[in-house]
Design a protein around this ligand. Sequence first.
Ligand code: 3PY
Ligand code: MG
Length: 263
Amino acid sequence: MKNSSLEKWRNGESSIGAWISLTDLHTAETLAHMDFDWVCFDLQHGLLSYSHLLTLIPAITGTDTTPLVRVSKNDAGEIGRALDAGAHGVIVPMVNSVEEAEMAVAACRYPPVGGRSCGPMRGILLSGVEYLATANDQVACIVMIETHEGLKNVEAIARAPGVDALFIGPIDLCYGLGITPGDFSNPRFVLAVETIKEACKAAGCAAGFFGYSAELARSALDQGFTFVSAGTDINFFREGAKSALGISSAVSTLEMSKPSVGY
Ligand code: 3PY
Ligand code: MG
């Protein structure tokens, strides 16, 4: 098994991904056949359940796009099942301490490094037993920094052995900082983002940012983040529909200016 997005992060190259919240096979397949480096199937807030992974991940196998899964919580069973279903990495939300980061890493790694239980259905199918020899090095363990406590402990979390990347959830981070969700120019948010990026740099792991629009993604890339989502399937759909609606003068400005955080 080879994880081309992880290789990019290790080489300091940037990668752009798309967020998948919808359950539709053709939507996932379409995004994976475009030039995104990775897609992330969202089991935390998306509409997907585990059974959707069983059709959506195989649907994108054979493309150059790395399948990642955001699990709903830091749970070894759920992380193991996402990896067994063929994810090349997991994004674990709300990681607040080095102990929690170590738990996430242990769930991603086979012994003696970690405690992942062996049963990689899709890994064995596609790579044979070689999967077992390569998985510990190629499965990406990504932890989200999006709370006040996570921010406080970010240096230690970034240094936890086996953490491949930190990923900022900007909206939850706003809540964690006690500022209005989406107030990304607030000095407290700007400082928090800089602190997380510097922690990644010092620890040698990739710095990730959930961009739910191309503008946010552009700004994160310009700041030096190398693991950035450029939008969500639902936002791509909505923006395309809005621009189609925009050709009609009958469309209310309210409809055109409805805010979105990617969902
Ligand atoms: C956040 O903005 O908090 C996220 O987790 C994005 O889904
Ligand atoms: Mg979040």
